[in-house]
Design a protein. Structure first.
Length: 408
């Protein structure tokens, strides 16, 4: 794709990365209304109840259908949301492994309540075209956005599995997503808004409007931040708003002009973002002039993740995964070969990424110097990536989409 065509039709992807106390969402590019990081989270949300298999449930609360949970005996779960039946589902099978709707894929067996291989936590309803995209984690709960038309959704499911809960429906192309343990925040591309909803569900609230093409979303203790690409004026920017929202016009925090900012991440003092026009940049958390971190210029920086020392990113069209010091310097390549890497996340030892064209989820050691490891293949359209202490999680966007996990 031509990265210097500001209104070109591009694919989308996202990751979540959290650094310090900040929750961040990382993302890719987009076709509006068309075809289709290290996660150490604070707070938490309850699992959902109701539905079955890949069904979408709009009720909130409940025990998430976990095996033995909610008063069920070990090995059984309340999965059908039918008050006439109690603990009716055997959660030791490959279709409900350890929890309702936690499905072991391929020939993976279910042993001791866990799939020995890839677990599918959610599959989009057949024919709905809800390809899952952007993902974030918060102490035992995964949140994601799905759908690139005006019928998009924001969803949650326990990391152990359970019936997925819709937190917001009929959203106009929901994109980047983040959480602070109390609310979930996301960008709606098609109506130029930033939204929030309580992690337990409720009425979605618009906290910023008239912000053309909002993309990545990140949150700290006081503000919600987002990257924004204004196709009409060729004037891109980083903006923020207080969590309660504002009816006033939102000023630019970091004016960027003719740029293409996508993935965004925060630490206590700085904002970091990927600019698809070829750079990885940093600016003070309260605004100011950006600093370019990676030299020489990159091909197509896409999604980013950070830890206490480095910035990591995928180079989508440049077929690379890279790292550089937060202070800047010469980038270090991680793993090879790549096709079109998208989402990225980091833990204390490894960097994880999805490759949408290769259909893989891979990892390499921080700092490079060793061969990449392929964790999962056959993941068509793999996009967002997140990690916790035990698992790597990812979304797939092809077809009706899915949310999956694998033990590290």
């Amino acid at each position: 794709m031509a990265r210097n065509a500001f209104a070109s039709i591009l694919l989308l992807a996202a990751t979540a990365a959290l650094a310090g106390g900040a929750c961040t969402s990382l993302l890719g590019d987009f076709t509006i209304g068309g075809e289709g990081g290290a996660s150490t989270s604070a707070g938490g949300g309850g699992g959902g109840s109701g539905g079955d298999g890949g069904a979408i449930t709009t009720s909130a609360g409940g025990n998430g259908g976990g095996g033995g949970g909610g008063g069920c005996p070990s090995g059984f779960g309340e999965c059908d949301d039918d008050p006439g039946t109690v603990c009716e589902t055997d959660v030791t099978t490959v279709d409900n492994c350890g929890a309702c709707a936690a499905k072991c894929l391929g020939a993976a067996p279910c042993e001791a309540g866990a799939c020995i291989g890839v677990t599918e936590l959610w599959a989009g309803p057949p024919g709905a075209g809800l390809g899952a995209s952007f993902i974030t984690l918060d102490q035992g709960t995964i949140y994601w956005t799905a759908g690139d038309t005006d019928t998009g959704v924001v969803m949650r499911v326990p990391t152990l599995g359970g019936n997925a809960v819709v937190l917001a429906s009929d959203q106009p192309a929901p994109y980047g997503i983040a959480t602070d343990g109390t609310n979930v925040y996301w960008a709606n591309r098609n109506d130029a808004s930033i939204m929030k909803v309580a992690i337990g569900g409720g009425q979605p609230i618009e906290i910023a409007s008239d912000v053309p093409t909002p993309l990545g979303v990140a949150v700290d203790a006081s503000f919600v931040y987002w990257s924004q690409r204004d196709d009409s004026t060729m004037n891109s920017t980083i903006r923020r708003v207080v969590k309660a929202g504002s009816l006033d016009p939102i000023p630019e925090l970091v004016p960027l002009g003719a740029a293409s900012p996508l993935g965004i991440a925060l630490d206590a003092t700085s904002i970091f973002w990927a600019d698809r026009f070829g750079s990885i940049q940093r600016a003070p958390i309260n605004g100011g002039s950006p600093t370019e971190l990676a030299s020489p210029m990159q091909s197509d920086p896409y999604l980013i993740a950070i830890d206490g020392v480095n910035v990591y990113w995928t180079d989508h069209d440049g077929a690379a995964v890279m790292q550089v010091s937060k202070a800047g310097g010469v980038p270090i390549p991680l793993g090879s070969p790549h096709q079109n890497p998208t989402g990225i996340a980091v833990d204390g030892t490894h960097v994880y990424w999805a490759d949408e064209s290769a259909g893989t989820v891979r990892r390499a050691s921080i700092g490079g110097g060793d061969a990449q490891q392929t964790l999962a293949t056959g993941q068509a359209g793999a996009f967002g990536v997140a990690v916790d202490a035990t698992h790597v999680y990812w979304t797939t966007q092809n077809g009706d989409g899915s949310l999956r996990k694998l033990a590290k």
